[in-house]
Design a protein around this ligand. Sequence first.
Ligand SMILES: *Cc1c(COP(=O)(O)O)cnc(C)c1O
Length: 456
Amino acid sequence: MDTVTLDLLRRAHECAERYVTSLPDRRVFPSEEALAALDELDEPLPEAPTEPARTLEVLERVGAPATVAQTGGRYFGFVDGGMLPVGLAARWMADTWDQNTAHYVMSPVAAKLEGVCERWLVDLLGLPAGTAAGFVTGTTLANFSGLAAGRNELLRRKGWDAVEAGLYGAPPLRVVVGADAHAAVHKTLSLLGMGERHVETVPVDDQGRMRSDRLPRLDGPALVVTQAGNVNSGAFDPIGDVCDAVHEANGWVHVDGAFGLWAGASPALRELYAGIEKADSWAADGHKTLNVPYDCGIAFCRDREAFLAAFRASASYFQWSAHRDPMNYTPSMSKRARSIELWAVLKTLGRSGVARLVDGLCAHARRFAERLRAEGFEVHNDVVFNQVLASCGGDDELTSSVLEDLQSGGVCWCGGSTWNGTAVIRVSVCSWATTEEDIERSVAAFVAARRRASGS
Ligand SMILES: *Cc1c(COP(=O)(O)O)cnc(C)c1O
């Protein structure tokens, strides 16, 4: 029996137990002392080996206190999702298997679960039957995957083989995005050789939604990127209308739905989601709204052939199978078996459980907004999903001081942003673990921070 492995796993399990039980009382953002203690890690590379148990000891003693408690109920930063316990547990199990999932022959179970997740997600999100899914690190890579397929397919329609000939001398391709597109979209377009100068932007309304009546005249195939879930306001572009216009000109519509695509699982959000199924490719994060552990992005593409064509690779040592070979669906080759924890979360929640999770986040966001308004804060967005943008009556200086106080206070954590020219505190309710009591404690922290900042 491998007692070293078993001993280390037991220790890791004990550390994890201590961390999980500490969550309710833990500061959300680390203390100054915990941050300063990280300096202990700035040692030179050890010349000699360290006892593995000692390595874990350092990690728990120095590392754990300097974590941000994202898995607790009072973290509202960015759109960072919480983590359902079954996702973590399944991932632990799968990590002991350490599966590489490039080829089926490397991990039949991971390949099988990719196929199952693909089928389940296409059904759950109401995407067209036969839509392909690739499992990547996050939405940045999922956007990259969908847009690579779209770019290549549109060039193919113009008689150009981008895989073989690249972009050198290729016919120009129009690229259109909303003025409030996520930074990840711009980063992706630049990686794909479609730099900033050529990207056309469509004006947005006061919620950050692309104005479909202001789309440029499209006289040929264009790559158009829409958004389901504005990263500040949570608003959805009128994607169905955009698809109608773009498809008339033989173009391709991609949806950046990092956190918003999960609205498709909720019957209550049908109106918000309407028309999204008309698009050609979609990107979503399992690690946001769905609360799968980190490193879970999903790229969807209606045209399976175009999707697979974008990622084709060959080598004499490859071993293809009659089954799904996961590397055909992503830019990566070696990758961890992220389909396992995704499957575990979907299997455990079921269709109704995902709907309840999404609806719960939205209900908590509305509650948060209501409570902030009742305490005299201004809410700047229509709370249609899980995002709330609040300020101290549009007083930028006061809002920024309150945000700084909140971020260092440890009761809760929110990010900041600028919305229509005003400094705002950005509340993203993205964890299953958030309770009404967490919201009350957080709103009380807002009020106390404002009292301190206004010196009254
Ligand atoms: C988070 C987010 C991204 C980037 O996703 P990653 O998982 O961080 O790569 C892109 N678009 C939107 C709208 C997002 O919220």
